[in-house]
Design a binder for this molecule. Structure first.
Ligand SMILES: [Fe+2]
Length: 257
């Protein structure tokens, strides 16, 4: 089974870029499942229904989220009903939406789960314990894809190693900067600390540079906007065997200039 996982899609330029590159990639790779982190897909913060529909039309089947899940308030109107959207699992009990979803791919159940790290982010429930619990609840599912949405490399590596041999893939998101450490961990777990971003290449994490620099210099509030110009497309292609073990993980990097 081939799974294509796209890094954080940022704003309208990111959505367009995902759409354009996927048109070709879907033909070339013929993935069985396409997953994307899209917590920044609407104006760089959150996800509107319209943006989600655009991404589904482009071929993305499952959307994972993160710390910006609630930034477009209309998400509360559709997150409970849309089983294709996965917000971090380790939010408190009673949080709208779902922390994991199960989809049927080629007669096989695939579980996609999203957890958020706690270093420099909200102090949610323990991501390790939350993952343990989900795996214990679904012992028969062997194809498990984990999106670790976290700031620090150490927290992502710790989750990768803690679940090596227990899940099919641990894919890091959130920093928007791809890391060069894609590998298959012992036991058949595809791992990358951060898959990177689908969005404006020359901004700062996809946002216009000047307001970001200005805020860092002055510590005064200002407005961040999605950058324009050349766009980058970061993804990983993961190959799983029939037991859900990863046999390869290949980073994909493209640019639209
Ligand atoms: Fe994030």
């Amino acid at each position: 089974m081939n799974i294509l996982f796209l890094g954080d899609i940022v704003g309208e330029p990111g959505r367009r870029c995902a759409q354009e590159i996927l048109t070709q990639l879907l033909k070339d790779l013929r993935p069985d499942l396409v997953v994307a982190n899209a917590e920044n897909a609407t104006r760089g913060k959150g996800l509107s229904r319209k943006s989600a529909e655009e991404l589904y039309d482009a071929g993305i089947e499952i959307i994972t989220m993160g710390n910006h899940t609630w930034d477009q308030r209309q998400i509360f109107e559709f997150i409970d009903d849309d089983r294709r959207i996965v917000r971090p699992l380790n939010y408190p009990e009673g949080t709208p939406g779902r922390g994991y979803t199960i989809c049927r791919v080629n007669q096989v159940d695939v579980l996609i789960v999203n957890v958020m790290g706690r270093t420099f982010l909200s102090q949610l429930n323990c991501p390790f314990a939350a993952l343990d619990e989900v795996l214990a609840r679904h012992p028969q599912i062997r194809h498990v894809i984990v999106d670790v949405h976290a700031e620090t490399t150490s927290e992502k590596l710790a989750i990768g190693w803690a679940f090596a041999g227990r899940v099919s893939a641990v894919i890091g998101t959130h920093t928007h900067v791809p890391t060069a450490d894609a590998r298959v961990l012992p036991g058949g777990t595809a791992y990358i600390t951060d898959v990177g971003m689908v969005g404006p290449r020359d901004g700062i994490l996809g946002m216009r540079r000047e307001p970001v620099i200005e805020r860092m210099r002055t510590h005064l509030p200002n407005r961040f906007e999605v950058a324009d110009g050349p766009r980058q497309f970061c993804a990983v292609s993961i190959e799983l065997d029939s037991n859900g073990r990863a046999t390869s993980i290949t980073p994909i990097y493209r640019e639209l200039v």
